[in-house]
Design a protein. Structure first.
Length: 163
């Protein structure tokens, strides 16, 4: 192959890589505003302990607010007062999650990944199935609790019955 054709291939490859990177990167849209005064919304509060992924990660004590609608929409907010920590939103067929301390967000269509454990809280609290490698464990009290655990990463979220 001549050096000129080899250079052209390299240039086209670099251009395709750059263009693919630009098209693949996009900022997630803001989480939609939810009007919980409308009929069908239910809000639950739970004191919670969250251990982020990583076996040696410390547990973070905070509060979890879950607002869910009968049609499958849900808004979750985990905070360690006074700092917001995680905000997640789900609707049938789409989802979004924001990790405020890391200034990181993800969104998608279809079912969320089990790697985003917080997005599976509605199922855990409702006693509905969660995808592997997630596991829901009921812990005896006092106070009784539900633990959502990712078997591979060590991430856990323990939700206690409200006081």
């Amino acid at each position: 192959m001549t050096p000129i054709l080899n250079s052209a291939r390299w240039l086209w490859g670099l251009l395709a890589l750059a263009l693919g990177g630009l098209l693949a990167c996009r900022t997630a849209p803001p989480i939609p505003v939810v009007d919980t005064t409308q009929p069908g919304w239910r809000t639950q509060y739970c004191p919670a302990l969250w251990r982020p992924a990583g076996r040696d990660a410390p547990e973070i004590a905070g509060e979890l607010w879950l607002t869910s609608h009968a049609d499958g929409r849900a808004l979750l907010h985990f905070a360690k007062v006074p700092f917001p920590t995680v905000t997640a939103w789900r609707a049938p067929g789409q989802w979004q999650i924001e990790y405020q301390p890391q200034r990181r967000s993800k969104s998608g269509r279809g079912a969320p990944s089990p790697d985003d454990l917080m997005l599976w809280v509605p199922e855990a609290l409702a006693g509905a199935p969660v995808p592997p490698p997630l596991v829901v464990e009921k812990l005896p009290g006092p106070p009784p609790a539900v633990r959502l655990r990712h078997r591979n990463t060590g991430e856990t979220l323990t939700l206690f019955s409200p006081p």
